[in-house]
Design a protein around this ligand. Structure first.
Ligand code: COA
Length: 198
């Protein structure tokens, strides 16, 4: 179990529970067998619609590898998402530190990416609730942020269902996104005191 709390701005410390569970889902370490379905969703135009470009197989594998290394090293990160009923790999949900500077960094972000066939079942919100509970209860974070292209209505709906609030003053042009329609991002925040675990 977690022995020490980390502050929002503090150094990450290892926590010893790398897996989370919900009624229908497992948030777990990555497996080699996730690589092919992960690469497939990372080239699906529907899934990648709000990203600048699809991921190559190599970039997709690197993301899976990095995500698992984070889970190994610090006990939290982007968890691989598995449907308990059938063992199907669905994508990822979890926590990450933004790698760019903005008005709201340093921060911990909550995010999600699921294969198209897994949309419309409430899986992203269910997994995100488990990740948020972990962030507040186990890591002792004060706040989570989430951001997406302004036009990404489905992702913004997950943020709303989680109880996140939009902060228009923190809207920003994502520095890793080329100029164009997708660059403007909206910022949502959820503080530990606003978090409703029920
Ligand atoms: C963003 C994303 C994860 C949202 O997925 P989603 O399936 O729309 O969101 P949820 O898992 O919360 O599911 C909610 C939907 O499931 C429905 N649902 C069905 N059964 C449900 C259940 N048992 N419990 C809850 N909701 C259920 C809800 O009514 C809702 O439907 P609606 O969209 O028609 O209103 C998905 O669109 C995605 O992976 N997009 C590509 C990647 C991306 O853009 N990521 C964000 C980048 S910042």
């Amino acid at each position: 179990m977690l022995l020490r709390r980390i502050g929002q701005r503090g150094a990450a410390e290892k926590v010893e529970r790398p897996e989370l569970g919900t009624e229908r889902l497992l948030l777990r370490r990555w497996r080699l067998s996730d690589r092919a379905p992960f690469a497939a969703l990372n080239t699906d135009p529907a899934v990648m619609r709000y990203f600048p470009r699809p991921l190559t197989r190599q970039a997709s594998d690197r993301l899976a590898e990095r995500s698992d290394a984070d889970l190994e090293r610090q006990g939290w990160g982007l968890w691989a998402l598995e449907q308990r009923a059938n063992g199907r790999f669905l994508g990822f949900t979890g926590l990450a530190r933004p790698t760019f500077e903005a008005s709201f960094t340093p921060a911990v972000e909550i995010g999600w990416r699921l294969s198209r066939s897994a949309w419309g079942s409430g899986f992203a919100t269910e997994a995100a609730r488990a990740a948020a509970a972990f962030a507040f209860k186990e890591l002792g974070l004060d706040e989570l942020v989430s951001y997406t292209a302004a036009s990404n209505a489905r992702s913004r709906a997950v943020m709303r269902r989680l109880g996140m609030r939009q902060y228009p003053a923190d809207d920003f042009d994502h520095p890793h996104v080329p100029e164009g329609d997708l660059r403007r991002h909206v910022l949502h925040r959820l503080t530990a005191s606003q978090w409703d675990p029920s």
